[in-house]
Design a protein around this ligand. Structure first.
Ligand SMILES: Cc1cc2nc3c(=O)[nH]c(=O)nc-3n(C[C@H](O)[C@H](O)[C@H](O)COP(=O)(O)OP(=O)(O)OC[C@H]3O[C@@H](n4cnc5c(N)ncnc54)[C@H](O)[C@@H]3O)c2cc1C
Length: 464
């Protein structure tokens, strides 16, 4: 493993696996280094507690400095694709126009992205969540939208057959899909990369990277504490937004990149539970089936999704303490749930605090609070229209779409990565994950991360 490679890809998540697939199939000798362990359908953790500790960084969540938003990021081969809801959407003109305006990159439009979306889609199966199996939580969502005059649409998901007709409940696939239906990267792009000869080193955390004429050097540590050093001609940094920013901050890149860690977004999400007289059984059947598809919501900077959370997550989110909290948990089978996801306009900042630990400064400013409040108002109307007895707001925000910190830009005063995906001032380090995002799109990011990573991989292979 210590020998030379054409490229080292850091992180076997959504972006890293897609970049590695392009490079390896073009004949590059690739090493993919991943901090997490490899799991398969045979040994995904059963149960939420085990899942949080084995599949996520820091036991499940990392808080912003005011402890008002909990960020979740996976630490496992496959990254977010193992634990996410696999909802796959292309960006609309609103998101791409904003990116093009900020960066000046002419290809950031529907036509420029179309071949890369097609390439990303080509490596996966995508299905509309079958509405015939939509559970009562989803039905209430749709009914509420119709009664309030809002538009909603069925969800597109990376899945190949969730066997709902056999009574499968897919809430558990948040901790890895034991049916191998969810199109996670170990079943798709990463598998293609490994078949083409890429090597995968698991449970190895990259600590520092550096660049010298002719090569990059990666210093890492195995789970048993042994240090490792690797060299390659090129490096693709794809450790996810928090991971890639941490590696570069620890490696001293702040001097070269004045904007390092700035421009951090997370689509803050707020979950609202509503209690109904009849059982809702939101944990049964397909986890989600509908999303908002409402031009008015898009203009106001939020979207709604029909969603739920497993018991530990719900217990953390529900307000109240002691006996009152226990009584609320006992009513869980009667809860529906809707999530407001804010398209955050106010960026946060990632930096290193005491002992080199990542520090996340991320708050909602007045505008983002207005967006969240507008979303809550819509949720209240939907719950009211469908006969909810009471609404219980989740008591903190959640960040699942972690983006930015190494944003695409024209020049170093505006971001960290140029049009060729290279860090400004670097010849050999390129970025292929969500940290490239120059702003929050307000749309599920995975498909676009895949498309951007495919584009980078192809360009590197062609340039060589
Ligand atoms: C619960 C949940 C639900 C979600 N649902 C959706 C959804 O439905 N649709 C959608 O589009 N998005 C969803 N997301 C977000 C989506 O999963 C992420 O945006 C996406 O995975 C980010 O891709 P990435 O390549 O940037 O990073 P990741 O996929 O997170 O991959 C980064 C990888 O790098 C590894 N790594 C980090 N640091 C190091 C290091 N120092 N050394 C070695 N390896 C390292 C990590 O362990 C990880 O495996 C969800 C996320 C969560 C947590």
């Amino acid at each position: 493993m210590q020998s030379d490679y054409d490229a080292i890809v850091i992180g076997a998540g959504v972006g890293g696996a897609n970049a590695a697939a392009e490079l390896a199939t073009a004949g590059w000798r690739c090493l993919v280094i991943e901090a997490g362990a490899y799991h398969s359908r045979q040994d995904y953790p059963r149960g939420e507690l085990d899942g949080n500790t084995r599949l996520f960084w820091h036991g499940g969540m990392e808080l912003n400095r005011s402890a008002s938003i909990a960020m979740l990021r996976a630490r496992v081969v496959g990254g977010g694709s193992i634990v996410n809801q696999a909802l796959l959407d292309e960006f609309d003109d609103v998101a791409l126009d904003d990116w093009r305006e900020r960066t000046g990159f002419a290809w950031l439009d529907q036509a420029g992205m179309a071949p890369w979306y097609a390439r990303a889609r080509g490596a996966l199966q995508i299905q509309t969540v079958p509405l015939v199996h939509a559970n009562r939580n989803a039905q209430l969502f749709k009914q509420g939208f119709e009664q309030c005059g809002y538009q909603c649409a069925p969800l597109q998901r990376g899945q190949s057959g969730c066997r709902h007709e056999e009574g499968n409940d897919c809430i558990e696939c948040l901790y890895g899909c034991r049916l191998d239906s969810k199109q996670s990267t170990p079943l798709t792009s990463l598998q293609a990369a490994l078949k083409a000869g890429a090597k995968l080193l698991t449970q190895c955390e990259v600590e520092r990277v550096s660049e010298a004429p002719g090569r990059v050097t990666v210093q890492a540590r195995l789970a048993d504490g042994r240090p490792q050093t690797f060299r390659a001609g090129q490096m693709v940094l794809a450790a996810g937004t928090l991971g890639s920013n941490t590696v570069l901050l620890r490696s001293g890149y702040a001097a070269q990149l004045p904007r390092l860690g700035q421009g951090y977004y997370c689509h803050p999400q707020f979950m609202y539970f509503a209690q109904y007289r009849e059982p809702v059984l939101a944990h049964k059947g397909p986890f989600q089936a509908y999303k908002s598809d409402d031009a008015g919501f898009r203009r106001q900077g939020f979207k709604l999704e029909n969603v739920f959370s497993p018991p530990i997550g719900t217990a953390l989110l529900l307000p109240g303490m002691g006996a009152a909290h226990q009584a609320d948990m006992a009513a869980m089978r009667h809860y529906a749930c809707i999530e407001v996801a804010v398209r955050d306009s106010h960026p946060g900042r990632l930096s290193l605090g005491q002992g080199g630990r990542l520090q996340i400064d991320k708050e909602l400013d007045a505008e983002d609070q207005r967006r969240a409040a507008a979303g809550y108002q819509a949720v209240q109307r939907i719950f009211e229209a469908t006969g909810a007895e009471r609404v219980l707001p989740g008591r903190f925000g959640i960040g699942l779409h972690l983006m930015g910190g190494l944003g695409f830009a024209r020049r170093p005063e505006e971001g960290c990565v140029g049009e060729d995906y290279r860090l400004f001032g670097s010849r050999r380090i390129q970025v292929a994950d969500a940290s490239l995002f120059p702003s929050a799109p307000g749309i599920n990011p995975s498909l676009t991360i895949m498309a951007l990573a495919r584009r980078l991989g192809r360009q590197m292979a062609e340039a060589a």
